[in-house]
Design a protein around this ligand. Structure first.
Ligand code: A3P
Length: 321
């Protein structure tokens, strides 16, 4: 089967030569496709995006999480997995929960890696609903995902924390042969829109608009809101996903249990050791888990520049309210 997939991807290899190229944050290059910078490594590539646009068929019962990298993907993967599968693990000792044994990225795979790379995951293919994540920008999202009527959760995070988180994460993952990217350079690239699946603002705005258009199918969340009122947001999320908590569950503390299971503290403990894949330690996805860590990295001048860009990009848009 993998050979077959390689053949499909091969079809798109030549197209990439016409894509504009920029320096990558982890691997050498990023490529611009349909106005966004796509990363390029063993698992993610423009070819994969193109192949998915042409061939991917979503199921109406699928659930998708869409984010920009470093917006809280790992956290949301855990929450969505725990909510949707809670009946399966009821009665089991909590210590045997898959999220305490597997990285959340194994429990909820990226669409790109699961479909086109056959990366081993914890979940089996028969699992329903299928839970997938992706970073693909709205403009490149396979049409079948929208047409299927399935549920999509988009999670955004403030650009300054995304930048800081990205800076730490990508430096951790960079090949030893490449020097660490200084923060100044990361800032420069990010403001120019040259970040994984960036420009940041276009990604967020694109999905915000889409969530207005497909309001029944797309839930737009922010990392900051999730942090501020996790319990109520988790209840809302469960309802949106079609797995609402019953009154009995609420009374017996089932929501709190899921919040605790997926908390930064619990998950970072569970992911202290081992690798997700070669060169990607499990603990790379857990750093501070806070809102506003940017204050310890950005100078006042940098903050003013980012505010200005955000104001201009979101000017007159409901997202700025
Ligand atoms: P920081 O680098 O600011 O700490 P992603 O999962 O999209 O790669 O995002 C990673 C960011 O989410 C990191 O932010 C990480 O610490 C934070 N994070 C990971 N797990 C979390 C959790 N359970 N709760 C809150 N934040 C979490």
């Amino acid at each position: 089967e993998t050979g077959h997939l390689d053949l499909i991807l091969d079809r798109y290899k030549d197209k990439i030569t016409t894509c504009p190229k920029e320096k990558g944050w982890v691997s050498e290059n990023m490529y611009m496709y349909q106005g966004f910078w796509h990363i390029s490594n063993n698992e993610f590539s423009v070819q994969t995006t193109m192949a998915m646009q042409d061939t991917y068929k979503a199921h109406p019962t699928d659930i998708y999480l869409i984010t920009l990298p470093k917006s809280g993907t790992t956290w949301m993967k855990a929450l969505m997995f725990a909510i949707v599968n809670r009946a399966r693990y009821k009665g089991n000792p909590l210590s045997s929960h898959p999220l305490l044994i597997n990285n959340p990225h194994k429990c909820v795979p990226f669409l790109e890696t699961k479909i086109f790379k056959n990366t081993p995951t914890y979940v089996d293919d028969e699992c329903s609903p299928r839970l997938f994540a992706t970073h693909i920008p709205h403009i490149s999202l396979p049409q079948s995902i929208l047409d299927s009527g399935c549920r999509i959760v988009y999670m955004s995070r403030n650009p300054k924390d995304v930048l800081v988180s990205l800076f730490h994460f990508t430096n951790k993952l960079r090949d030893e042969s490449r020097a660490r990217m200084p923060f100044d350079e990361a800032f420069e690239l990010f403001t120019k829109g040259v970040s994984p699946y960036g420009p940041y603002w276009d990604h967020v705005k694109g999905y915000y608009n889409m969530s207005l258009e497909y309001s029944e199918n797309i839930l737009f969340l922010t990392y900051e809101d999730m942090k501020e009122d996790t319990l109520n947001k988790v209840k809302h999320l469960a309802k949106f996903l079609g797995y609402p908590f019953t009154n009995d569950e609420e009374a017996s503390g089932a929501v709190d249990e899921i919040v605790r299971l997926c908390s930064f503290k619990t998950l970072s403990e569970a992911n202290k050791h081992g690798n997700l894949r070669e060169g990607v330690p499990n603990d790379a996805f857990f750093r501070e888990g806070k809102v506003g860590d940017w204050t310890s990295h950005l100078t006042d001048e940098m903050s003013v520049i980012l505010n200005k860009i955000t104001r201009e990009k979101f000017c007159g848009h409901p997202i700025s309210q």
